[in-house]
Design a protein around this ligand. Sequence first.
Ligand code: PLP
Length: 383
Amino acid sequence: MINKFYEPLYVTRPLLPGIEEVNKRMKEIWESKWLTNNGVQHKKLENELKSYLDVEHISLFNNGTLALLLGLKSLDLTGEVITTPFTFPATVQALDWNGLTPVFCDIDPDTLNIDANKIEALITEKTSAILGVHVFGNPCEVEKIQSLADKYNLKVIYDGAHAFGTRIDGKPISSFGDMTMFSFHATKLFNTVEGGALAFKDEKLNKKLNLLKNFGLAGPEEVVLSGLNAKMNEVQAGIGLEVLKIVEAERAKREVIRNTYETYLAGIPGIRILTGLKGENSSYQYFVIEIDEEKYGRSRDWVHEELKKYNVFTRRYFYPLCSDFGWYLHLESAKTENLPRAQKAVKQVLSMPYYGELETESVEKICTILKEKIHVKVVALNN
Ligand SMILES: *Cc1c(COP(=O)(O)O)cnc(C)c1O
């Protein structure tokens, strides 16, 4: 019998810089008497992120959701946007708030990203864009998506909330598509407590995004468009500058943890690891498995509940599917029978504890619990 963990284990813990470093930053901010609106910390963070993420143009926001919402707005999209049902609610809510209709496309069973081969059939004369999500940091099929966009003259936007620092064959993830959103929420690998950014290709968007996130103010008394307040403040940016210094060390720790999970989960029937990309290709955002009830003998939901008895609190990312939200049920594309793979994945995915401070022994113990719970059918046969 395995004892339960003394302290509860959650899927993540925020990456926290030392309090002394943070206090030093706060002192700088206090002394400057400049708390928001493009201050010194904001400019510094913008520059450092440009180089860390290897992007030409970046705009910082107070959270990822408003970054995406205003990013979509800046592209003047209309009508329908093809997207995935297997994502965090913010992705599709950013469409809603722009008056755009999501058209849900089924997912690829390997990556759980939008299935690029299923997009073309959903394109109509109303389609203005494709909104992909690099789910769990696994990149979408960016080349295929771009060629469809070129053929039908569509914009491509990526929700890269999980893909901070990810590369595809050496190229930064944000070099694909017109625009990529990053989230800096406390639960994300890199955080500014709350925060987000847009990386984009068209330099002209810079001015427009600055207007959109600051009430459309072109000058103190000149309002040129209907904007919002979505600016990142100096406290967020200052904390971000300190967190950025420790991201690489965190990635290295998460690499070890991922390898430990991989070693101890190897050979367990019915468990598939979804977040296995290595090195610079990996975002180290989550460690996610899929539990195939037929082969494992227990359902994902059973495991999710059972682990709580050991003080291990996993998350069913992403459950429920966005296409099952009440206000989309009238959409043809949201129908269960049109999204068989998404409907399957949503019953199988489980996000495991994953953060730098997680001890190797704890990972081993979680895997041992999973191993001990395998397959009632085999036990029954052996009796
Ligand atoms: C976290 C997340 C968001 C929202 O970002 P916030 O910064 O919390 O607003 C959007 N999409 C996905 C896929 C996310 O995981």
